[in-house]
Write a protein that binds this ligand. Sequence first.
Ligand code: DQA
Length: 154
Amino acid sequence: MAESSTGPRVLLLNGPNLNLLGSRDPRQYGSVTLAEIERHVQTLGAELGAAVECAQSNHEGELVEHVHRARELDGVVYNPGAFAHYSIALRDAIEAVDVPCVEVHISNVYAREAFRHTSVTAPVCQGYIAGCGPVGYDLGLRAVLARIEERRAL
Ligand code: DQA
């Protein structure tokens, strides 16, 4: 575990098209920008004694590499965007790094098209949150910190 005297280190990772939050389909995703979400989660992390590093990519391979880098950290909160529905590479990366990971979807994917009802990545995550809006990232951070605590207690 990478935890230092400053507390757990968590990666907040966002996948394709999430850089457009704020203007992208506000009925599904609200009007908050990704920068605002990142600042908010970092502030919450500081309150909870955790350091939150943020990254976003529209490219599958780059996301895989971010997940690999998370081996140096304690946990991951991530929204894989559409890759959740079909990226075996991302699933394998999460499984390989053995770092607690909580998957977040802003929208209620189960109230949308059938192709969004499946996540190939969720089965290798420690938690899954969908349909809570941007607050899902806060819940994801709290959940991953709880998972990190549980690991430490083992
Ligand atoms: C999403 C849901 C996905 O189906 C979609 O492709 C996204 C965003 C969400 O946060 O609700 O890009 O992950």
